[in-house]
Design a protein around this ligand. Structure first.
Ligand code: ADP
Length: 424
């Protein structure tokens, strides 16, 4: 069939449709309406929001926003695709506003895990706000998609083996925990037609092991009992986030050297055995993070399929992080925008480089972005977490915060960055 050949040539683009909290419309109905709307739209596709069509009452009443997501990085033409190159894949979802549900242990003490219903309002926009070198986020997303597909198709694990365990490691503050949560949120949206329900269980390994160990044993048992219950429901997609797994190795080592009761070995082993058991369930993905690579338990590292090092942000990532923060402060009117155009979008790192290469460096915006680049250079060595705090600290250090131009603000930010770095 020639038409299907044509479809295969097309590039799949995810279109995410977020329903209003009050919407009671059926997901299929909305998806159908958006698909029809996209068929009519002979426009190009680029990352970002597209307007909800004002003449479609169903969409106007029910849809909060429509967003085109992650056009492949390999696309030329400045990340823009023409409509005939694209096969849009529409994902409709509604955010859960329930917040974390913290499990209390029998004695009323907070236990060591939190549970979220996905997609959760708290994690909305997190994926987009995390900035890494090209390819990292896509790689994680594709990996998870393949893992879920292999399981779905019943690939024999004796012939092709894969686990559904991801390990992100690197220095503190590089966004590992946030990336795990954001990934779970993305996957819950992208796989909602196969798994209409999705949960995230967040376990902090450190707090699990800092309690006395007899208690930890019970906690691990309780935790996994809960996870098994969730996983039994085959329409549930369950994410288990285990933060700071290096504390598992530490607990085991301490036990071996005799400084901790040998109970801790049993707890770590129980955790690993339980994780192995989960391997048989197709609908679980285990996400783990560690701040120290060397100290992760070898038994643990072996189990992970994807081990991604998350380092401090590169110059480009630092520029993009600061750019998005600055843009937000301009949007909220905290910094007055006196550039050429009131709604000016500051150019991305790549388009700034292009402009500079072409010798366009006389407009006010380019001038501003050169200064922003200077600020990004001054932030070398700072973590993503420090970068996200920097604009706030810079604002607090301004002598006259009421009348702040972007240029003045950037000067303050460079000074603050230098101070922060000297305190590292
Ligand atoms: P980690 O788990 O690596 O210690 P977190 O996930 O706790 O890091 O990150 C803390 C915060 O720092 C994030 O919520 C985010 O605001 C910011 N951050 C860290 N790295 C980045 C990044 N690469 N891009 C954007 N924000 C970042």
């Amino acid at each position: 069939q020639p038409s299907s050949d044509l479809t295969e040539d097309k590039i799949q683009v995810a279109v995410e449709v977020c329903l209003k909290p009050t919407s009671t419309a059926g997901i299929h109905e909305v998806r159908f309406a958006v698909e029809r709307m996209l068929e009519k739209r002979c426009l190009s596709y680029a990352n970002g929001p597209i307007p909800v069509p004002a003449d479609d009452i169903l969409l106007v009443e029910n849809v909060e926003r429509i967003c085109i997501c992650e056009i492949d990085e390999l696309v030329d033409n400045q990340d823009v695709l023409l409509f005939w190159q694209v096969k849009p894949v529409v994902h409709v979802f509604q955010l859960s506003e329930e917040g974390p549900c913290e499990e209390l242990s029998a004695d009323g003490q907070p236990s060591s895990f939190n549970e979220w219903i996905l997609p959760a309002k708290e994690f909305d926009g997190m994926w987009e706000s995390l900035i890494y070198d090209v390819g990292l986020k896509q790689r994680l997303l594709r990996y998870a998609a393949s893992a879920l597909l292999f399981t779905e198709k019943g690939v024999d694990p004796l012939l092709v083996s894969w686990n559904r365990i991801i390990l992100l490691h690197g220095p503190p503050g590089t966004g590992k925990t946030s990336l795990c949560k954001a990934l779970a949120q993305k996957l819950s949206i992208r796989f909602s037609s196969r798994y209409p329900q999705s949960q995230l269980i967040e376990v902090n390994a450190h707090s699990l092991f800092s309690k006395w160990f007899s208690e930890s044993g019970k906690l691990v048992a309780k935790l996994f009992q809960k996870i098994h219950e969730m996983v039994e429901e085959e329409n549930n997609l369950v994410f288990v986030l285990i933060d700071e797994v290096e504390s598992l190795a530490a607990a085991r080592k301490a036990a071996l050297s005799g400084s901790e009761p040998s109970d801790s070995i049993r707890v770590v082993n129980a955790l690993l055995t339980q994780m192995d058991k989960l391997k048989n369930s197709p609908n679980v993905i285990i996400l783990t993070t560690s701040n120290i690579t060397a100290a992760i338990d070898i038994a643990f590292v072996d189990r992970a399929d994807i081990k991604a090092y998350i380092g401090p942000p590169t110059l480009e990532a630092r520029y993009e992080i600061l750019r998005s923060s600055l843009q937000e402060l301009i949007r909220r009117g905290i910094i007055s925008n006196c550039t050429d155009d009131d709604h000016k979008i500051l150019p991305s790192y790549i388009s700034l480089k292009d402009k500079l290469a072409q010798g366009v460096d006389d407009t006010e915006t380019v001038e501003l972005c050169k200064q922003l680049l200077g600020a990004a250079e001054a932030c070398e060595g700072l973590s993503g977490r420090s970068l996200r705090k920097l604009p706030f600290l810079a604002h607090a250090a301004l002598p006259h915060p009421q009348s702040c131009t972007p240029l003045k603000f950037l000067c303050a930010m460079i000074n603050t960055a230098q101070r922060e770095r000297s305190e590292l």
